[in-house]
Design a protein. Structure first.
Length: 216
């Protein structure tokens, strides 16, 4: 990973709940910010944000020890105590109810660190245990896209959008994957919809579909 990419990732990961801020930012219904990745046709360079599971989300399905472990892990990660936070997530994985959430958060941490293969593994396992989590599908799409596994990434991003039709960041991910696949017209459609909420989508539209505006 380049120094620039790593600095961007570090700067955005824990803004908000477990979310991120960058040139590609969206705040979803769960109050967890999430950024996607920068891309051009034929090249996804890497994700610049992770973290779609907020403590507020966790309060609904979890209580007691599992919730406390995940909250503690979040606090440690937010303070930059990564190793202790990861260890806390591993402890949380011993709680059957908390396990899929801990796996999703661990996958997000791997995504932030640029360990995309580990991110894919953890996020896939999380979805096997707890299907139908739009944010986890969206993050999995990011990791798959970075690995050039475009068809799989597109499936995951579309699942996220199907589960949450208002999730602008899922459309943004779809648009970027389609750009990478050279399907510019389809990409433009999704990016225009995402651009209503996401500055990054507007920037991408300007860069690849209205380059004259960028040079002004």
């Amino acid at each position: 990973m380049s120094t620039y990419a790593r600095s961007v990732i570090t700067a955005i990961v824990f803004a908000g709940s477990l979310g991120a801020q960058s040139q590609f930012v969206h705040k979803d219904a769960s109050n967890a910010d999430m950024a996607t990745f920068s891309t051009g046709p034929g090249e996804i360079r890497g994700p610049v944000g992770v973290g779609t599971i907020s403590v507020r989300e966790l309060e609904r399905p979890l209580e007691g020890k599992g919730l406390r472990l995940l909250q503690k892990a979040r606090e440690l990660l937010a303070r930059g105590e990564r190793e202790r936070g990861l260890e806390q997530l591993r402890v949380a994985m011993g709680d059957q109810i908390a396990e899929p959430y801990a796996l999703a958060m661990l996958g997000n941490e791997h995504l932030r660190a640029g360990d995309y293969d580990s991110a894919i593994r953890e996020l896939q396992t999380s979805l096997q245990l707890l299907p139908g989590q739009a944010g986890t599908h969206s993050n999995l799409a990011l990791a798959l896209g970075v690995r050039q596994r475009n068809e799989e990434a597109l499936i995951e991003a579309r699942k996220a959008l199907q589960l949450d039709p208002g999730r602008a960041k899922a459309r943004f991910v779809i648009g970027q994957i389609l750009l990478q696949m050279g399907r510019a017209k389809e990409a433009e459609f999704h990016l225009k919809l995402a651009a209503v909420d996401l500055p990054g989508a507007r920037a991408l539209l300007t860069k690849y579909f209205n380059p004259e505006a960028q040079s002004r």
